[in-house]
Design a binder for this molecule. Sequence first.
Ligand code: ADP
Length: 550
Amino acid sequence: MVRKRPSSVNDLRKKAESRVRNKGSGGKNGPENHDHAKLLHELNVHHEELELQNEELRMQRDKADEAIHKYSDLYTEIYDFTPVAYFSFSREGTILELNRKAYELLGAERSFLIGRNFGFFLTMDSRKIFADFLSEIFGQKKRKRCEIQVLQNRSVVYAILEGTVSEKEDKCLAMVLDITDRKMLELELEEARNTLTLALENGKIGLWQWDIAEDIMTWDQRMEEMFGITPGTFDGKPSTFESLIHEDDLPQLRILTDRALASGISMEAVYRTKEINARSSYIMSKAVVTRDGMNRPLNVTGVCFDVTSIQEGAEKHIVKLNEELLKSNEELRQFAYVASHDLQEPLRMVTSFTQLLQLQYKDKLDEKANEYISFAVEGSKRMYELLNGLLAYSRVQTRGTEFIVVSMGTIVHKVLANLRLLIDETQVKISVGKLPVIRADDSQMIQLMQNLIENSIKFCKRKPSIKISCRNDDGMWVFSVQDNGIGIEPQYFDKIFMIFQRLHLKEEYKGTGIGLALCRKIVERHGGKMWVESVSGIGSTFSFSIPGKL
Ligand code: ADP
C-alpha cells in the first residue's frame, strides 16, 4: 500500500501547473513546454490514483474506528457486569478506578469512591492486611492474595483480595471476590465439627471407617479403648477387629454387615467383645455404607458405643418382670381355680334348695313368691354356668395334657359327631377342607373347634353354612372357620376374646362369654395366635395359627 501523504503530491502538482503557466506566458511553445505538459499529465494521473488510495484508507480507518468502539463498549460491559469487583489502587491504597461490582460491594456511588482510600471501607484488622498487601505487592512486584473483611452498610462481607502491579502506570490492579456464603458454610461446618467432637468425647462414642477396596479400617482412640487395646496400636486389619469380638456374636455381625453392603440400608448391631479383664462389654454399632456412581460400596462409616450397663440393666429388668408376671399369673390361676371350684359346692346347695322350694311350695305360695323363686333358680343356674366356665378357663394351663401328634381331620370329625343333634336340628351345611396333622393337646383341640362351630351355628339367623379350611403361612398352619352368620362390627374384634364379654343379651343368644377367651388361651398355649375377620350381616371367619413343626 502506498503510504505517501496526498497533500505533498498536491503541492507538487500545483507547483508543476504554475511552472507550465509561467513558461506559457513567455510566448514560446517549444520542447521544454511540451515536457512540462507531459509531467503535469503524469502528475494528474498519479494524483487521481492517490486520491483513490486515500479514499480506501479513509474507509478502512472508519471501519477500524467502528470496531474499536464496538469492542470498547463490550469491554466496558464485561468490566462492569462481571461478578468480580475490579479496582485499581495507588501505592497508598487510593481508589483510582473501579467497576460496577466494586462500587456495589462498597455500597456507594462511583464518583464518591474515586479518590478515597480503600482501607476506609475495611474492618480494623483488614486495614492492616491491606496495607501489608500494598507494600508487599509494590515492593516485590509479585501477584498476591489475602483474605479481607469489607464493611458494607452494617454487615461484613468476607472477601478475597488478589492483585498485581502495573509497573508502567505505577498502580495496583486488583480484584475482590465475595466469599461470604462459602465462609458462612465453613463456619457452620467448623461449629458442627466441634459439636460432633464434643458429643463423641462426652458420649464415649467411637468412630470407625472401613475402606472396602483397601480392606483397611481406621479407628479413633475411643474405639481402641472400647476394645481394650493400647491407643495407637490398632493395625487397621478387619481380621484384628473380628478377633476382638465374642465368637458367639461374630456370625450374626457378619450377616448384618453383608446385608447392609448388599441392600444399602444402614446397619445396626449389638454384640459382645471378647473378655477384657474377665468380662465382656456390649457394643452397639451403627453404620452407613457409602457407594459410588455404580452403586458399588466404597466404604462403611460407623459409630460404636458401650451399652454394657444399659444391656445388663435391661436384662435384669426383664428377668425381674418375668418373675413378677409368672407370680401374678400363678396367683390369678389359683384365685380363679379356688373361686370357681370352692364356690361350686355352696352354689349347688343354693340351687338345689331353691329348686326344692319351687317344687314343694309351689301351690302354697302366691304368684309373686313363685316368680321370685324362679328368678333365684335362674340366677343360681347362670352362676353355676359362669363358675364352670371360669374353672375350664383356669384349667387350660393346669389341666392341659402333653402335646401329641394329632390329625385335625379326625378332631373335626369327632366334633361333628358330638354336635350331631344340633347339626340335624339346624340343617347346617358344613364343608371341611384338607386338614393337616399337628402337635397338640387333642382334647383342647376338640374344645377349640367345637366352640367355634357351635358359635357359627348359634350366631346365625338363616340356614347356617360353615367352611372349615387350613393353609400354610410361613411355617405356621392357619385354620379358619368361616360362617354366614350375623357378623361382628370391627370395633368388637378384640373385645369378644375377653373373658365374660358378650355383645348380646342372654335372652337373645344364650351363653356366658367364656368360649372365645378359652379358645384364644388354648391357641396361645400351643404357640399360636387367634383373630377374627368379619362383615356385619354377612358372616365371620375365625382363624388361629399353630406351629407347623411336628
Ligand atoms: P358366648 O358364645 O358364650 O356368648 P363367646 O366367648 O363364645 O361367648 O363369644 C363372645 C361373643 O362373640 C358372642 O357373645 C358373640 O357376640 C360374638 N361371637 C362369637 N362367635 C360369633 C360368630 N360366629 N358370629 C358372630 N358373633 C360371634
